[in-house]
Write a new protein. Sequence first.
Lengths: 206, 498
Amino acid sequence: MPSRRRTLLKVIILGDSGVGKTSLMNQYVNKKFSNQYKATIGADFLTKEVQFEDRLFTLQIWDTAGQERFQSLGVAFYRGADCCVLVYDVNSLKSFENLNNWREEFLIQASPSDPENFPFVVIGNKVDIDGGNSRVVSEKKARAWCASKGNIPYFETSAKEGINVEEAFQCIAKNALKSGEEEELYLPDTIDVGSSSQQRATGCEC
Amino acid sequence: MRSMASSSALDGNPPLPFHFSDDERGSTSATTEIVHTIPHSTTSSWIPRKRNLDEDDASISWRKRKKHFFILSHSGKPIYSRYGDEFKLAGFSATLQAIISFVENGGDSVKLVRAGKHQVVFLVKGPIYLVCISCTEEPYDSLMGQLELIYGQMLVILTKSINRYFEKNPKFDMTPLLGGTDIVFSSLIHSFSWNPGTFIHAYTCLPLAYATRQVAGAVLQDVADSDVLFATLMCRHMVISLVGAQKTSLHPDDMLLLANFVMSSESFRTSESFSPVCLPRYNPSAFLYAYIHYFDADTYLILLTTSSDVFYHLKDCRIRVEMVLLKSNVLSEVQRSLLDGGMHVDDLPPAPLSGSSHLVHNRLPSDSPERFKEPDLGIAGPAGLWHFIYRSIYLDQYVSSEFSSSINTPQQQKRLYRAYQKLFVSMHDKGIGPHKTQFRRDENFVLLCWVTQDFELYAAFDPLADKASAINTCNRVCQWVKDVENEIFLLGGSPLSW
């Protein structure tokens, strides 16, 4: 094995239906793209191993369904996420406006310990369509929103052409990893010492 | 290689057994085929290794596995998989969590899904999810019992305090905490197909002359002072003697899990050890400390204490125990008993009538009383007894005979254990039971089960065995067990029966 220890990172992909969440994931994991739209039912799961510096880690990618009827799955799906990816279609204003709802919904449902600093990544997808002529959300507008939400990293991608997909996921992995490490250091202090102190082992030094 | 060392970051819970190093515990990547063994021929050198790390849910070989076990967290992060690499199975693990959580969202809980020949059994223990996927046709209750034991084994290593970490941080990844313990789980899972203790929830003793066991018991009693909660002398998975201080009881499941933990961790064999362990039935939230020492390849002493600073005292206790055992030849008696094996069905008194192909050995116990004669049962003849398990309800102990030569392949023996499990479940079915007797015949064997207030008897016969003579034979088995009970059971003052 190339690394001493492996880490698993849970990544949730959220966004309106049809913005290309599944396509992004397929492009990233399988390097494939299909023009045919198949709605995700509930959620799809894919894994991808990533080498980062000297460590190997596994992305467990939760590709969720965008349709509202699946929203009730929230708590169950979002629990314990290490990173959340918000996807919109640059050709759909509605999908951009909904990012706010998705973000808030996620924070409510997942209730991460430090919501202010929870790692999100925003992706504006489908930049290839019509040579960019049908685009309705400008990069400037998107970046402004990301900045207002605590400097969320922003990427513009084409799942179809494979543009920027790898880069976006690199960033996702890095941020998820960073958050995981902070959590690890933070952990021992969160434990109720009162009830456990008597169980603390001093061990034997022989 | 995952490292055990990271667990020290956790609030002293669980602290490391002090002598472990990464090299000793972390070598889980070796791929070794499991060799099926039966209890009495289990060699101490046999170690089940985590297998088929290159497999994942896309592999045909992985999908063909008959019985999968998974542990995952409530966020869908994999913790353990019997086959394949947990990380490669992350997507599969997520799917399992999604199914469980989806049903949970509806205020319900999923227990069993049937899909063709496969059963998917779910067990939710707070933030820990356990799943078995099996096409072995074992009953739901058996598979559920196995999941409970796997959860118990996890508690032995980490205690229930693990829940607190998940409460604070749902994305908590506990795989590093269990690093190097794959082998403990795979060894437990393997024991589901050879160790009757895993389903009849009792423990078994190594057959020994009464006086020999008395010597062992006396010296354990001698060291069981205020610092020693339990003192137990074991040979493989069998008890030689067991003493509990105060009026505390040790559950047979705890014994099983503790013995499995000790036996499957290779490093315990090489040096005396002081390790935190949790006994889930005794107290799932707290660690006890176990002083563990092997006297030889098979025989080991476990002293359980609540104090973390009595290592040297326990070491002195062990030296005292060891001196007595050596002086009284207990250890050599133990080795002799291992060679002789348990009760041999061919030795069932009285001798079968002519026409039997069975050899008559009088091997057990080597210093046994004269063979029991009961003339009026002679008509039973060669009833074709192949194997039996007798469980004393009062003692919380069972005795399992050696297999007859008619059932000598590991496959046959495993099939028989599965049949016993099924029988056990049906006898204890709360819906339609409990039953008193059951007679069952299929192409593999005749099974007879008899449950009374005092004991349970499970016996397997040749498929052509006659019912009346099988019943007769069962009576003889019960009498036989009674005649030799002071050699096959630990009698009197058992802390398990308080």
